[in-house]
Design a protein around this ligand. Structure first.
Ligand code: IFM
Length: 434
């Protein structure tokens, strides 16, 4: 495989999110979130799995940070459980919840690891869902208040704060497809939710800047390159539409103050005067999460995507070239701030055998994606760091614990952590790079 060479100041990290790892769902004053509600409804998640315990990270954060440090990474990306720090999403704050994140940040800093905070990774307080959730414009103001409080509390110690993780998932999977919390199936609502997420991002940035938060501020978007399966007009239109709905729907408002148009895109949100000015706040960085490409085929039966490099356990095609294509495309289309790859990872059919997990497909996945990243950097895209998703095997949303993305294997019977071969490989890569 190709040799990888990254600049000495390039940041190497691992990423997680609160509901996927913390557990302690009803402890120390935490309120319920929409994922607690959703995962406890019969039939919503794989075998009824919930995040009640997850990786028990709330109780094990101290030794978990030691584990992170042992990997040699210099950065850790995690999210705040909003309902842990503000149980209803409005009104009273929970000091015990806030203190947990203080302890986590301080422990990371004591180990020389830069904390990168995500404010919203899909777990809206149920108290706000009861008032209309992201479908209500009022939620955007609650989010700005929450961002302000967290920014004041942690902003002098953390390396970055991002508002949202993958707003497309919240809007589309949560409100159109209904596969994620809160489980709505309403395309018009989903588009309004997407608008409110963007608006809340803009308001949160304004609030944190007004409070003088020192940490760099940004947003994390999930993106893919899109390939038309054939050169037919229908496939090319479909590719244009899917790229607009997935990538441009979030990039255009932030960088160009408008929503995109594309063949077949017909649902737009209600937008109030000045919304685009609020949304288009200058960013200190942009986080990109990349896993696979989108294959656009309108044929019947559809033309299947080639899968010479295989698919992962989620059925997602391994297509590293898409990462490089995507980064060069957005670099051409927008005036971008520095970029971090805030997620990239592989779900594998991993097994703990004799104290080891042999996961060479994950190593190949990371290696080829880093080579693609290097290509984009050589082409001039300003990329400052890479976070592998995920540190641990964890709660993969509606797939429960059945899908394993971690560098570290978790045995959910006894919470034992075991470094997979990929973790050793990633550590070596980072140490040799330095
Ligand atoms: O586990 C998720 C994460 O929460 C958001 N990005 C994609 C990952 C893999 O599906």
């Amino acid at each position: 495989m190709s040799e990888l060479k990254f600049p000495p100041n390039f940041s190497w990290g691992v990423a997680t999110s609160a509901y996927q790892i913390e557990g302690a769902a009803a402890e120390d004053g935490r309120g319920p979130s929409i994922w607690d509600t959703f995962s406890h409804q019969p039939g919503k998640t794989f075998e009824g799995h919930t995040g009640d315990v997850a990786c028990d990270h709330y109780h094990r954060y101290d030794t978990d940070v030691d584990l992170i440090a042992s990997l040699g990474v210099d950065a850790y990306r995690f999210s705040i459980s909003w309902s842990r720090v503000q149980p209803k999403g409005h009104g009273a704050w929970n000091e015990k919840g806030l203190a947990f994140y203080d302890r986590l940040v301080d422990k990371l800093l004591s180990k020389g690891i830069k904390p990168h905070v995500t404010l919203y990774h899909w777990d809206l307080p149920q108290g706000l869902q009861d008032l209309g959730g992201w479908g209500s414009r009022d939620t955007t103001d609650c989010f700005a208040d929450y961002a302000d409080v967290m920014g004041r509390r942690l902003g002098d110690r953390v390396a970055s704060i991002c508002t949202h993780n993958e707003p497309w998932c919240t809007a589309h999977l949560g409100h159109h497809v209904g596969q994620f919390a809160p489980g709505n199936k309403d395309p018009q609502l989903a588009i309004q939710v997407a608008h409110h997420l963007l608006l809340s991002h803009g308001k949160a940035l304004q609030a944190m800047r007004a409070s003088g938060v020192k940490a760099p501020l940004g947003i994390v978007l999930n993106q893919s390159s899109v390939t038309a399966a054939t050169q037919s007009q229908a496939d090319r239109d479909s590719a244009e539409r899917q790229y607009a709905a997935f990538v441009r729907w979030y990039m255009d408002p932030i960088f160009l103050k408008r929503y995109p148009t594309a063949p077949g895109l017909s649902i737009y949100p209600t937008v109030s005067e000045n919304d685009f000015n609020t949304i288009a706040q200058p960013l200190d960085f942009l986080g990109i999460n990349y896993y696979t490409r989108i294959w656009a085929s309108e044929s019947s039966p559809p033309v299947p995507a080639p899968n010479a490099m295989g698919v992962n356990d989620m059925g997602w095609e391994t297509y590293p070239q898409g990462l490089s294509d995507l980064l060069r495309q957005i670099d051409r289309d927008y005036d971008l701030p520095p970029i971090y790859i805030t997620e990239n990872g592989f779900a594998g059919d991993d097994h703990l055998v004799g104290g080891k997990v042999a996961d060479s497909p994950r190593i190949a996945y990371v290696h080829t994606h880093l080579a693609a990243l290097q290509q984009a950097m050589e082409a001039g895209v300003d990329i400052r760091g890479y976070f592998y998703w995920s540190l641990f095997d964890n709660y993969e949303w509606n797939s429960g614990y059945a899908k394993r993305f971690g560098l570290v294997h978790v045995d959910y019977e006894n919470q034992q952590r075991t470094l997979k071969d990929s973790a050793h490989w990633y550590s070596d890569l980072i140490r040799k790079g330095r």
